[in-house]
Design a protein. Sequence first.
Length: 360
Amino acid sequence: MLREKLKTIFEEFEHDGEFYSFKELASGHINDTYLIITRKKPYFVLQRINHGVFKDVPGLIENKVAVSRHIQKKLNDLSEKKKKRRVLAFAKTKDGHSFYKSEDGNYWNLTYFIDKSVTHEIVTSKEIAYQGGKLLGQFLTYTDDFDASQLTEVIPKFHDMSFRYSQFEAALKVASKERLGQAKPYIKKVEALKEEMHILQKLKESGDIKLRVTHNDTKISNALFNKKDKGLCLIDTDTVMPGIVHYDFGDAIRTICNTAAEDETNLDLVEFNVEFYKAYTKGFLKKMKKSISPLELKHLPLAAKTMIFIMALRFLTDYLNGDTYYKTKYAEHNLDRAKNQFKLIQSLTEKYDEVQLENH
């Protein structure tokens, strides 16, 4: 019985809570996450990390615990209770570990639940965009002095453009004639953008842009707000690993500034929302101004374009491969997703003068 199993696992951790009931939280697509309701607050969040997806779960958990502890030290002016609202707080097991491995081989970690908080699936106002930008900027500033090389690379080559191009080129060799024909205009776009889309990777590899702690899943639903829509902290830190500022900023902009859903087929509805971009960037730079370099700042607009492109490329590659990675609802689903992202790139490119930041 699930209740008894969760109760047993919960009791392997060090805390003062008495298990009362649980509720499944459907926030993620990969892991199983449960709200543990205790007889008196605080409540807790118990999470099973999917070791089928993540190959080094202990490394993943140690990553997020180490980063959270680093941020906690920056919050020493706050009470312990307030600290637990401004950064994820992890409970140790009774034998001092960051995770519990159950008899069935699953890995579990436990965090304190942040009460009276809200998340947003989409951005509906400039204020939410602004607050989301502040949260990412604060996260990157707090971790600016953390040695990112200590972190496990949870998903190797996740944002590596050369790797994504090699996957695409391999897909071209196995794709059906029909799919190659359908995708032809977009294959040409991928080839035309190749040089520009490697600029950030080259700057990273040369060391001109510093390696940082990056979150790597900065959609707005991973930002936690209070009831008045003021930002609290970033959550879902499973993909924390070494990266560059442009990964996090660009992916946030990609998800926040599309005026339509990711698989919207009426491309007239797909536009780049400059207002939300400016609001997010304003909040981001308010917190990042002391820790961002002029070169990093200059390339933030390119970061947005690059992260939109990498998703377009991944959708197109999966379409050419016969839909082996992303779940699809119909035959052209991945191609429609790719078309959507390419339209977003086009819209951003048309508005590129409006999003430049060199003189910010």
